[in-house]
Design a protein around this ligand. Sequence first.
Ligand SMILES: [Zn+2]
Length: 245
Amino acid sequence: MSLRRFCPAILFLFFLLPNSAFGKSNDPEDFVDIKRVDRTIAVDLRYAGSNNVAHQPLYPPGTPALVRANVAQRLVIAQEYLKKKGYGLKIWDAYRPQATQEKLWQVTHNRSYVSDPKEGRGSMHIRGAAVDATLVDAAGRDVPMPTDFDSFTPAALLEYKGRDPIVRENLKLLQKAMAHAGFYGLRTEWWHFTAPDWNQYPPVPDLKFESSSRAQSRDPVARRKFFFGVLRLRSASLRMAGTVV
Ligand SMILES: [Zn+2]
């Protein structure tokens, strides 16, 4: 094959490669701190304080909001979308260790909202492939949304049934932004979003936070690979994942 023919063939193959070829790995160092990737994304890890369903801190002080590098880049896309409209993301939860998942299960024992750590695919959070997120205004202030975090009630459904037009608009905007970045929604929790390629990220039961620091820089190669991957997802509307958190 001549070089002239060979190059387009390689390019074509490049676009056909599955996402797994784009740096997805089992390596815990594939995790990044969301705040370091985009400091404009607000972070309030609710399990790091007492304002959560367990009424006690489930994370050590100073726990960062960690996700897989490609998931973080999707959040950047959602954040850019929201910024243009005068809003932004606030992250309520990101990577969640197995021990925290077990504690949440002990507290709730409700399969509709929290996955049993001993069953099935487990939590998307333990893979670093999901975030719990809400909307804030340009100044970082909370805006009206259907419920508070971890409100395990019918009011927390992804499809808003209430009558408040402002809440409806806010939720729609959050969902549009996350869909724009390729995320799936979850039927029972409006705040939960899963990356579409979650199954390429194996569960990491006990990520050592300090070990992730080496992966916190924005690797330009990883970024470039990500954008090739995300082009195919741009037009996706928010789809529902049939799994619990
Ligand atoms: Zn979640």
